[in-house]
Design a protein around this ligand. Structure first.
Ligand code: ADP
Length: 435
């Protein structure tokens, strides 16, 4: 049951594609049959047309004293104009039914070679260009029926002679498929379209599910994190209220400080949550020197690292300024340095380098931490996305730091990119417009 629920879309896609495929095969089979029948009747008509001509030719050969002109109205009607050769004027005009005529002026057999030479251009112009074939004539005895054709042959009854033609041909596949080109293209296009629609749907649903999981992870982590400052603030408050600590001015000061600090943390977390939902960032930009911002972020990161952490800061030129919102950009630098420390081993070395590059300012933050696989790099800036590292590097986080950083940088008209190699480290480059 679980399997069916999990793969509903794939199952529906496969069943639908199979159903459409079967229906299309059935339809194409019909089109194939119709195209083949159309070609066979073209062959029939061409042979009959040549037979009429051949019959008239035969009769002409027989008439010596009179010139007769024949015109074929259809395969079964003949108009005969008999001319007096001396006076050069028509002697009589008659219309015969093919059957009557053949009994009236019986000819034993057609000249198949002559018919053949005229049939070729007729078939060429009827869409059977280059078809390999052979034409033969066989006499039918009294009461004998035209035999059922075998293999790639067609038996065509003669209207004028007592017999039938056998038209043997090479495979017609190329001509049939030539006629079916449009139908095949439509069927294939339809199948591709349906498959693409299902792929897109599957991808969207999978993304939606992933987002659901990431959201619930985020909520769990955040709730857990929110509980800690609340608990600490409660404990400090209880100490003040119930354990008489409020009497001691120093203690009171200390505990109120703790409460204030924890409330500050809570406020910061609420801001973070809000920033992920509102999404609108309006930086308040002023010319700001980069060195102090980067130095402050580096100092904070060193202090909170809880491990050996070397951070070098290089700014060229020394007084480099950028048109930025100092508060927001400090958050970005803090996030990048925080991550460099979090996603590294027992010790970490971080290089921060800010410089001008043409009309842009580049800030590069590189570390020698755990790095990331290439396939992760496209996702790490997505909301709630976290790289799954198993138990080995089970580091706390919400998957919104880089998302928020990218939003802030985009709000400044800049962009952020990353290069990384597992086990070697990562390097984030922030590009900001200069002025
Ligand atoms: P969080 O750190 O809260 O998980 P982020 O949005 O800051 O969320 O980062 C997203 C993911 O990118 C992290 O889960 C981590 O796997 C990866 N990452 C970010 N910075 C680095 C880094 N410097 N080195 C290795 N991995 C990193």
């Amino acid at each position: 049951m679980g399997f069916f629920k999990k793969h509903t879309i794939s199952i529906i896609a496969v069943v639908s594609l199979l159903a459409v495929g079967c229906y299309e095969s059935y339809w194409l089979h019909g089109v194939y049959k119709a195209a083949k029948e159309a070609l066979m009747s073209t062959i029939d008509l061409s042979v009959v047309q040549e037979e009429v001509e051949e019959y008239l030719n035969g009769i002409m050969e027989k008439q010596t004293d009179t010139l007769r002109f024949y015109a074929a109205g259809s395969s079964s009607k003949i108009i005969s104009v008999s001319m007096d050769t001396l006076k050069i004027m028509p002697r009589s005009v008659s219309v015969y039914k093919a059957g009557d005529l053949s009994s009236k002026m019986k000819l034993s057999a057609p000249n198949v070679d002559r018919m053949d030479s005229k049939l070729r251009p007729l078939l060429d112009s009827a869409g059977l260009h280059g078809l390999e074939y052979s034409l033969a004539f066989a006499i039918l005895e009294e009461d004998e029926e035209v035999p059922v054709p075998e293999g790639r042959t067609q038996n065509i009854n003669s209207h004028f002679f007592d017999g039938y033609y056998t038209f043997s041909y090479a495979p017609l596949t190329k001509y049939i498929f030539g006629k079916m080109g449009g139908s095949i293209a439509i069927s294939a296009g339809l199948l591709v379209l349906i498959a693409a629609a299902f792929c897109l749907m599957g991808k969207t649903v999978r993304k939606q599910r992933e987002l659901e999981v990431m959201k619930s992870d985020f909520t769990q982590n955040m709730t857990h994190e929110l509980k800690t400052p609340i608990a600490v603030a409660y404990a400090a408050n209880d100490a003040l209220l119930e354990c008489g600590m409020a009497e001691d001015a120093d203690r009171r000061e200390e505990y109120l400080g703790i409460i204030r600090e924890q409330l500050g943390k809570l406020g910061g977390m609420v801001d973070t949550i809000l920033s992920t939902t509102t999404g609108n960032i309006h930086p308040n930009r002023t010319k700001t020197a980069l060195r102090p911002l980067l130095e402050k972020a580096a100092a904070d990161a060193r202090m909170n690292a809880g491990k050996t952490c070397k951070i070098s800061v290089s700014v060229k030129p020394e007084n480099l300024e950028a048109d930025i919102d100092g508060k927001l950009m400090s958050l970005v630098f803090a996030t990048m340095l925080d991550n460099a420390v979090k996603y590294s081993g027992k010790s970490v070395e971080i290089n921060v380098e800010a410089r001008m590059s043409g009309r842009r300012i580049l800030v590069e933050i590189s570390d020698n931490g755990i790095g990331m696989a290439a396939k992760e790099l496209a996702h790490i800036f997505e909301k709630f996305y976290r790289v799954h590292t198993g138990d080995k590097h089970d580091v706390k986080g919400y998957g919104i730091g880089l998302f928020f950083a990218r939003e802030i940088i985009a709000g400044h008209g800049g962009k952020i990119s990353v290069r990384s190699e597992p086990g070697k480290g990562s390097s984030f480059t922030i590009e900001l417009p200069n002025g």
